[in-house]
Design a protein. Structure first.
Length: 457
């Protein structure tokens, strides 16, 4: 096969990033936007010896699971990968993705993976938006990065975000144009406004607007604050300084320029304070589904000691503390631990303790110095999964139950493989769709401690 050849393909499978995988005379071609069971015509953009990448030119036979994307820029924007697929098919894709990872990477054959739990309405679910700001031909661009690039797809409305963002983006755009405030230019690290970050507390209606800037202040900021104040729910306007030449969105310095330093959200009858730099799950509705699964798997009776590792602002810790004897939460971001402590106080929860630090350092250290014990361990790491030093210590602690909350089934499967070889048994896995229209999937897995043979002797 040669580059620029036009091929007809039968799509047979779907890859982990949502790309269709087809064959032409035994040659494998990956095609963005094509679905299994479709016959398509593609232009071969890249041709390697055994596989290539094709651009979808025409759908000759469409899948029964194909649908028209609700968003006009869905095919160009990198935010969504699956809008052309019915929601039912998206859920099936995610369940299969989890099973495949467990089999291929985790070497697990016989585990119960339940069907992914989806949303009744899979749009407008995000409570956190990060809009890059840039410039093209003298006009302000605000939107999302295009697929595989840092080119901004300018958008007025994003159907995954809370509707309040439409008004915020409109006001910031009008302000930048009117006062000629220069957007950030990534190529030469000049300009001022880098990102608009918003957070919406869906249950209380409170909204935070954070402007990430390549500098210390924004000229005429009071005019922008005046406009933002008029938007329903906005109660906090914050500046974040990020002068680094980096893809990391937020810098370490934040300053409140109007209103509250944190917004308040409610969950399971408790109140939570959220700072701009703290992690908070992006889908509030599914977060409740996720935590309920985790709690059901933990089967707490009231006398357990629980470790909540990678605890963020302490949401899982405080939820579990109502059903356990004691919970210890560990988290690396100091602001998040400050929020967690405040949240415990605010909700009158006394049987929790929070420590700042890397879980892979704090937990081995407590195990060595204090002989730390636990009946239930909950881990909820970032995509890279758990550090081996932490897993080794969890094996030494031998908790009866390990509840693993994961946003990446590949690293979950890797860690499960290690844990299964070292005394734990995998009981069940429940995928939860926290990110409809994207290929991402969250999971909760339950493992139980099974005494390995050499321990039983
Ligand atoms: C997926 S979030 C989970 C947060 C929380 N469990 C929740 O549901 O909101 C992962 C958290 O781990 C924290 N983190 C990242 N690396 C860490 C480490 N090595 N040790 C402890 N916490 C870490 C992040 O700051 C983030 O708050």
């Amino acid at each position: 096969m040669k580059k620029n050849e036009i091929l007809e393909l039968q799509i047979e499978d779907i890859g982990t990033s949502g790309e269709g995988i087809g064959k032409a005379d035994g040659y494998t071609v990956f095609v963005d936007g094509a679905l299994p069971a479709e016959r398509v015509k593609v232009l071969l953009m890249k041709a390697k010896k055994n596989y290539g990448y094709g651009k979808l030119l025409e759908i000759l036979d469409a899948s029964a699971y194909r649908t028209v994307p609700a968003c006009p820029v869905a095919a160009r924007c990198g935010g969504c990968q699956l809008q052309h697929m019915t929601y039912e098919a998206q859920l099936a894709f995610k369940t299969k993705k989890v099973k495949d990872c467990l089999e291929r990477i985790g070497k697990v054959k016989d585990v119960q993976v339940y069907p992914a739990l989806g949303m009744e309405d899979p749009f407008r679910y995000r409570n956190k938006a990060q809009f890059p700001v840039g410039e093209k031909d003298g006009t302000v661009q605000i939107g999302f990065f295009a697929k595989h690039s840092h080119r901004i797809v300018d958008t007025e409305v994003c159907l995954l975000q809370h509707t309040v963002n439409d008004a915020i983006v409109r006001e910031v755009r009008a302000f930048l144009e009117e006062y000629r405030i220069p957007p950030y230019q990534e190529q030469n690290h000049t300009g001022l406004i880098r990102h608009i970050l918003t957070r919406v507390a869906c249950h209380t209606g409170e909204v935070m607007v954070c402007l990430v800037i390549n500098g210390k202040k924004i000229p005429h900021i009071e005019k922008l604050v005046e406009r933002l104040q008029k938007i329903e729910g906005v109660c906090s306007v914050v500046l974040n300084e990020n002068r680094e030449q980096t893809n990391v969105i937020l810098g370490n310095q934040t300053k409140t320029i109007w209103g509250k330093d944190r917004i308040t959200e409610s969950l399971h009858g408790m109140q939570f304070e959220i700072s701009p730099l703290s992690f908070y799950q992006v889908n509030a509705k599914q977060m409740e589904v996720l935590y309920d699964c985790a709690l059901r798997m933990a089967q707490l009776k009231g006398n357990e000691t629980v470790l909540d590792l990678y605890c963020g602002i302490g949401t899982i810790s405080l939820y579990f503390a109502q059903k356990a004897k004691h919970v210890l939460g560990v988290e690396i971001v100091p602001q998040a631990i400050a929020d967690a402590k405040e949240n415990a106080k605010k909700n009158g929860v006394e049987n929790v303790r929070f420590l700042v630090g890397a879980a892979e350092e704090v937990i081995p250290n407590l195990y060595r110095t204090e002989g730390l014990r636990a009946d239930v361990v909950v881990v909820d790491p970032p995509r890279k999964g758990c550090d081996l030093k932490l897993l080794e210590t969890i094996v030494s602690i031998q908790p009866q139950k390990l509840v693993y909350v994961s946003c990446d089934p590949a690293t979950l499967a890797r860690d499960i493989c290690y844990l299964r070889s070292n005394g734990f048994a995998l009981q069940q896995v429940q995928p939860v769709d926290m990110f409809p229209m994207s290929t991402h999937v969250e999971c909760v897995a339950l493992m139980t401690w099974e005494m390995p043979e050499h321990h039983a002797l």
